[in-house]
Design a protein around this ligand. Structure first.
Ligand code: GDP
Length: 472
């Protein structure tokens, strides 16, 4: 038996205490492109933690399985300049009759929780009950698409944004393309004309977004928030073909008067870089400890090959914000400190459980390059599939003596349907997948929930990866 006051034990106990007090706070960020399921995830996360001690089913989270996680309480958030995540309205929507999906958040929001748990390892300096303060942030993944914009000047950004793109996508920008065809970059800027053209460009981006495209810049044009209508959002790229018509050398171009179309657009681009993109990374992103990136892989699979390709491009770009290689743009600019990352395919309740491992394989295939780089840079990263708020039940259908799994759910228009969504490929789909089989599912309405805790799939696995190590 150990003597009660051995020096080694005292040191160890003291170390634990320091460690625990240092770990008392965790800043967790949730992101994803719009419609990826951020609002649903945040709502479910807060809900599961609040009901952890009682009704929530969190068997994959050891602290909950062992009965040590006692629940969570909301506290006032420290950053008074950030909107509070609207948890109560979200729960009201889910508890409405019929239940509705919560209205999505449009910008950054925050919510502070205090988790109460019993430490697993007991010692005479360990408190009976410990606390973890969890600051949860949610922000649009579209904002991360703007990181690459920081390494450009206006000319190189124009070249990157206006290189030839798919026909379908180009058609969505037709109005803007027709509008700039007669624009003279050397002429004096006409504010109204620039505002109209910028609106047409933003419209193109929004239409492309609605059509399922994701590789869209500048990100704030899609979710302008407080900058709606401000001149900082009234710029657009000038296509090389347009600039070529005026055959200006670089020097001539840069010597154009300040009030010329070219110089005005370039100045607004620089302002956007310095006053919109940079502050987000400097004031928020740099301070996150943990991050989960949500991806609607199944939605993209449903939308067809061009959008799936586009999602892949957008994700590669978005993931650059987690590239911590020594020479990466991000590390040079902001020295971020995220020490654990999760990538999750959302809405897993849209497929039968036998397909879940394929969903993860597909997600890993989609993110193969960024995942390789993250692992190489030593950032712990985990890929998983989950449903924040499960909207379907599993049924087995007997077809000619074979039992086939199916999904039972209620469509958004209120019709109860039995769905066979099809097989998810376990690698990037080739042309024959789209031709022969494709993939098809309808959107479901959330189920009425008699329990306080929302039904989910693997939220507990996500919570364990993101904060389980702080609850020991
Ligand atoms: P956000 O734009 O990233 O905040 O996305 P939301 O959380 O608003 O989710 C967009 C839509 O995806 C919702 O309105 C739902 O239709 C659907 N959705 C989100 N999470 C789930 C889920 O766990 N299961 C199902 N079946 N649908 C979901």
């Amino acid at each position: 038996m150990q003597p009660p006051f051995s020096r080694a034990r005292l040191n160890r106990e003291f170390g634990n205490l320091v460690e625990r007090s240092r770990d008392r706070q965790l800043r967790l960020a949730v992101t994803g492109l719009s419609q990826a399921g951020k609002t649903a995830f945040l709502t479910s996360l807060v809900n599961q933690l609040r009901h952890a001690g009682v009704e929530a089913k969190l068997d994959l989270l050891p602290a909950a399985r062992e009965g040590r996680l006692l629940g969570a309480q909301r506290l006032n958030q420290p950053d008074l300049g950030i909107p509070r995540f609207p948890y109560d309205p979200a729960m009201s929507a889910l508890h409405a009759d019929p239940p509705r999906w919560p209205a999505p958040t449009r910008g950054i929001s925050e919510l502070r929780l205090q988790l109460r748990y019993r430490p697993a390892q007991r010692g005479w300096l360990t408190p009976d009950i410990a606390h973890l303060t969890l600051d949860i942030f949610d922000y649009p993944g579209e904002w991360l698409l703007d990181l690459p914009l920081l390494q450009h000047d206006f000319d190189s950004w124009c070249a990157a944004q206006t290189q030839p793109q798919g026909e379908q996508r180009q058609a969505l920008f037709r109005q803007w393309l027709d509008g700039i065809d007669t624009l003279d970059p050397t002429a004096e800027a006409d504010e109204t004309e620039l505002a109209d053209l910028a609106a047409a460009y933003a419209d193109g981006l929004k239409r492309a977004k609605a059509a399922g495209f994701s590789d869209l810049q500048p990100g704030r044009f899609l979710l302008p928030g407080e900058h709606e209508g401000a001149p900082v959002l009234q710029f657009f790229p000038l296509p090389e073909t347009l600039l070529a018509k005026f055959s200006l050398t670089d020097t001539e171009r840069h010597a154009l008067p300040e009030n010329s179309v070219y110089a005005t657009l370039a100045a607004r681009f620089r302002y956007y870089q310095q006053h919109i993109v940079r502050p987000f990374y400097r004031d928020h992103f740099r301070r996150f400890d943990r991050q989960i990136v949500l991806v609607d892989v199944l939605g993209a699979l449903n939308a067809g090959p061009e959008r799936f390709e586009d999602l892949s491009r957008a994700l590669t770009q978005l993931m650059q914000s987690f590239d911590y290689g020594k020479r990466s743009l991000l590390t040079r600019l902001f020295a971020p400190k995220i020490d654990r990352l999760a990538i999750a395919a959302t809405k897993a309740d849209h497929v039968t459980p036998d397909q879940h491992s394929n969903v993860v394989h597909l997600l890993e295939a989609l993110l193969a390059e960024p995942l390789k780089e993250l692992r190489f840079a030593g950032v712990p990263v985990k890929a998983l599939s989950l449903a924040s708020i499960r909207a379907t039940k599993i049924r087995e259908v007997n077809e000619n003596g074979t039992r086939i799994p199916a999904l039972l759910g209620t469509t958004l228009s209120g019709e109860e349907v039995l769905d066979f969504p099809g097989e998810v490929p376990d690698r990037l789909p080739k042309a024959d997948f789209w031709q022969q089989q494709g993939f098809d599912f309808s959107n479901f309405r959330p189920m009425p929930t008699p329990s306080q805790a929302l039904p989910h799939i693997r939220m507990d696995a996500a919570i364990d990866w993101l904060m389980g190590d702080k609850l020991v």
